[in-house]
Design a protein around this ligand. Sequence first.
Ligand SMILES: Cc1ncc(COP(=O)(O)O)c(C=O)c1O
Length: 407
Amino acid sequence: MSSTGRISERIASIAESATLAVDAKAKALKAAGRPVIGFGAGEPDFPTPDYIVEAAVDAARQPRFHRYSPAGGLPELKKAIAAKTLRDSGYAVDPAQVLVTNGGKQAVYESFATLLDPGDEVLVPTPYWTTYPEAIRLAGGVPVEVFAGPEQGYLVSVEQLEAARTENTKVLLFVSPSNPTGAVYPAEQVAEIGRWAAEHGLWVITDEIYEHLTYDGVPFTSIATAAPELGDKVVVLNGVAKTYAMTGWRVGWMIAAPDVIKAATNLQSHLSSNVSNVSQMAALAAVSGPLTAVDEMKQAFDRRRRAMVAALNSIDGVECPMPEGAFYAYADVRGLLGREFPGKDGAVRPQTSAELAALILDTVEVAVVPGEAFGPSGYLRLSYALGDEDLATGMQRLQDFLGQAVR
Ligand SMILES: Cc1ncc(COP(=O)(O)O)c(C=O)c1O
């Protein structure tokens, strides 16, 4: 019997991306002339470096790039991604193990679609990036949340993972540095988690898109090299978006065993074919060039990170561990819930972080993303990838407003 609804149940069950929704609301208010400060965006506020843009301009002038190219990516880019992976993580892969995707997001979808059968469970360290559970469910899988709060630095332990493992667990998702918490797993813990996954025959999908954004000399550790016991049951996801300020160019990739990449490439050949050749050539210039631009961005992010976390921790009822990577602060605001705030139409007592975020946007025109987008209520994610002045203004508004809370 065919279903009667206009929209299929599978697609109707997908939630709107809460991070994009906050960003869209903030942008709409801004367009209407409101002085909104947006802490919602997950993208660097810098332009793409010139030499990368030039490579794209050059490619756009070449007729061979006006045509379809191999669905799995330009051979020269796949080779450069393999070389970059060896350079940055010491992980040796063959270009045949690389699939170039339309942004890291497509690599996330295709990895789950390629590995999961209906009912397969995926362990998802929580708070998680908002896209993962949707991608897992669309592939027929079951996301299993494993929550780690601020008291453990937002880092899940092997004991917690083991307690969540069942005979249906097929994949462990691993994300370090993390969106939304900015947490970075120490090398020892990465190795321990990887060994545990290997011992139980699990696959690990590791999202390494923030690999170059760590602070205070904290090293990034790839689970693929830290736990060689995983063998070929590891899928590395990455992209140029965050490292080279290239969110709009849409180039990411997936690295896995040749049979996995072959299957995922078949999927992509029917879904979207090749990624824009012009963008691929820009990505080629990015991954085969220096890391100086990201080092410069990092200095600005580091300054803003300190300013933001100090301001957050100065507010009674807010606790924010110092994030060691990415460009997000994840503040614990459970201490503010249930307190009384002055709203536009009288006093209000927000009970959830979603209500608190809506109140903040309505009252002092500051956009933050509530914890509900990433797991349990009680937290706010603030991106510090915005200008220093905006950051100072936004934090001052938050301090003034949240500081008025009455118990
Ligand atoms: C953890 C993580 N993975 C992947 C992505 C996807 O990035 P893109 O699709 O822009 O390459 C993002 C973007 O926000 C992210 O935060």
